[in-house]
Each structure stands twice: as C-alpha cells, then as structure tokens.
Design a protein around this ligand. Structure first.
Ligand SMILES: Nc1nc2c(ncn2[C@@H]2O[C@H](COP(=O)(O)OP(=O)(O)OP(=O)(O)O)[C@@H](O)[C@H]2O)c(=O)[nH]1
Ligand SMILES: [Mg+2]
Length: 314
C-alpha cells in the first residue's frame, strides 16, 4: 500500500469516516485490509486494551459509556468495540449502542463500532483484534472491547486485551458458583454492577470466598469493584483497578510476556487461517464437496479424506 494513501493518512488522523470504512473492509475480509493493517502496524502498540465481559444485560455498554466519559474528562481518546457473537447484525449499532452513539456522537474523541459478522474463515475474534489494532494506530489512548460472556468466542475476544474486567450483577441467577470457570479465570478485575440492587454484598462475599481459595500464577490479587453504571458510581475506582493491574504487570516485567503470549495465540490463528485458505485454494471447494459426499456415503473415512486434501496442498 502506498504510504501516502489517503485512507491510511485519514485513519492515522483518527478520522471517523475513514475508520468506519477501514473496519468495513476488515469485516468483509477484503484483500486490501491486510495491506492497510500491515502499513498501520508500526503506529500501533500504544493504546491500553481493556476488555469488558459479562452476561447479556449486565451493563457492559452502560459501563463502557461511563468509562469513556471519565476518560474524556481526562483528555484521553477512546475507541469502543462492541462484539456480539450471538447477533447476526453488524456494521452499525446494535441494541443499546445506538443510544450511546448519540450521546458521544458530537465528540471526535470517542469512536464506537459494533461487530457481529462471522467471517467464513478466521472468525469474529480475529476481526475484533484487527479493529483494535486499527483504533490503536488511529491514536486512541484506550480501546474498550465489550463482549457477551457466554462461550469460547468471547474468551478469544478478551484474550487480546491487556486487562479484562468481568462484570457480574446481583440477582440475575448468575451466582458465583454457576459462572463458567473459563470466564472466572480470565478476570483481572471483577466488577459488580447494578450495585444499587439488593444482593450486591452477597455476590461480593461469594466472590471473596472464591478468590481466597485459588491464587493466580502472576501473584495478582483480583480486586472487586462495585458500580452503578448509569450514574457513574464506582467507575473511577473500576478504572483505577484496571490501571493498577497494568502497572502491576509493567513493574514486574510481565506486560511484555502477556503481550507475547497474546500474539502467539494470534499468530496461531493467522497460521490456521492461512493454511486453511491455501488448502482450499489448492484443492478447490468442489473437491471438498466431493470428498464430503463420499464420506457421507461411507465410501471413504474422514481421515483419509483429509489426508487426500493435505497431500495436494503440500
Ligand atoms: N439499576 C441499574 N441498572 C443498570 C445498571 N447498569 C446498567 N443498567 C441497565 O441495565 C440494562 C442493560 O444495560 P446494557 O448496558 O445495555 O447491558 P449490556 O451488558 O451491554 O447488554 P447486552 O449488550 O445486551 O449484553 C439497561 O437498561 C441499563 O440502563 C446499574 O448499575 N443499575
Ligand atoms: Mg451492550
């Protein structure tokens, strides 16, 4: 890509329309998007990536909004990526995102984008990671990545964050015991949102009991912060807790390790995607379909079918 390409220049300036256009390219997996990201890579690496995950309706969007407002007061620019693997809609606003888009819409310092498409190969987590890189290169100081915490997809999404906040709420049936182990393990900070509702103290006690049993490998004591997102109560403390974790990692020289660990995962994802693309390009979709039909007719076992696809590839 030409270094003086107007789109590249506009993205670097943080121009919202250029960002929207670039993200659409990433989502549609257009060939130029890779060139764009390659060219922008040297500009990235400065933003703090903050993951927010929790059950549907836990208040992720409202919290992201409140955090963005606080960061804006501190003259920081913000990108928000709302990733919803359960929604078939994309390319604009989903659900509550419309509301905050109007709230921050006059402010160039906040860029918000919802993502829901699943690429044929690679998937949503990879696309979200590319968008985070883009916003980072566009000069956003903090990139908030909001995702519904229900399955592997969202665990993949938050894995790209420097710090992950897991949001719980009182009385939604997601008692601490019933929360998926995978989600609990990725929490660097716990947020009990809707603390204005009864039962917040109970959730806190259960969490404390749970945290007192296990210890993290990195020695971090996972803090618990109570918030009421709509009026911003507890949001400064939540941001402090997230920033403390990053400082903790940095002070111990662990931040570079964590980033390398995350990149290792990304590289594996990219490799998987490239190899698959290559294999399918070499063998052809038709050959794949033929083999699938033969397996379905029990003429061929699936392992031999894959072997045959591999042999053509290498
Ligand atoms: N009482 C109370 N309501 C809250 C609080 N935070 C959010 N809400 C409300 O909870 C509802 C869901 O909030 P969202 O921010 O849309 O939640 P979300 O987690 O982004 O939801 P999805 O994106 O649909 O998964 C909204 O009606 C909010 O106004 C809170 O601290 N207290
Ligand atoms: Mg939301």
């Amino acid at each position: 890509m030409n270094p003086s390409d107007p789109l590249l220049e506009a993205v670097r300036r943080g121009d919202a329309r250029a960002l929207a256009r670039a993200i659409t390219r990433i989502e549609n997996r257009e060939a130029e998007s890779e060139e764009l990201l390659r060219a922008l890579f040297p500009d990235s690496g400065r933003a703090t990536l903050l993951g927010l995950t929790g059950a549907p309706g836990a208040g992720k969007s409202t919290l992201a909004d409140a955090i963005a407002s606080l960061l804006r007061q501190r003259q920081k620019s913000v990108g928000i990526i709302a990733v919803d693997p359960t929604s078939p809609f994309s390319g604009g606003a989903i659900l509550g995102d419309r509301i905050r888009m109007t709230r921050h819409h006059a402010d160039d310092g906040v860029f918000i984008r919802s993502m829901a498409t699943r690429g044929a190969l690679g998937g949503l987590a990879a696309a979200a990671a590319d968008v985070a890189l883009l916003l980072d290169a566009a000069g956003k100081d903090t990139v908030l990545i909001e995702t519904v915490g229900v399955g592997q997809d969202e665990i993949d999404v938050v894995r790209l964050a420097d710090v992950t906040v897991v949001i719980l709420v009182p009385g939604m049936g997601d008692d601490v015991q019933t929360i998926k182990a995978g989600i609990m393990e990725i929490a660097d900070v716990f947020c009990i949102n809707k603390a204005d509702r009864p039962g917040a103290d109970r959730v806190e006690n259960e969490l404390r009991a749970m945290l007192s049993i296990g210890h993290r490998d990195d020695g971090w004591n996972t803090p618990i912060v109570k918030t009421v997102a709509p009026d911003g109560t507890g949001v400064p403390e939540l941001l402090d807790a997230a920033e403390s974790y990053i400082a903790f990692l940095r002070d111990r020289g662990l931040l570079a390790n964590k980033k390398a660990h995350n990149w290792r995962q990304r590289l594996l994802d990219l490799l998987r995607e490239r190899l698959l693309e290559h294999a399918l390009a070499v063998s052809g979709e038709e050959r794949l379909s033929q083999l699938a039909e033969r397996v379905a007719r029990r003429e061929l076992d699936p392992y031999s079918a894959v072997d045959s696809l591999m042999q053509r590839t290498v």
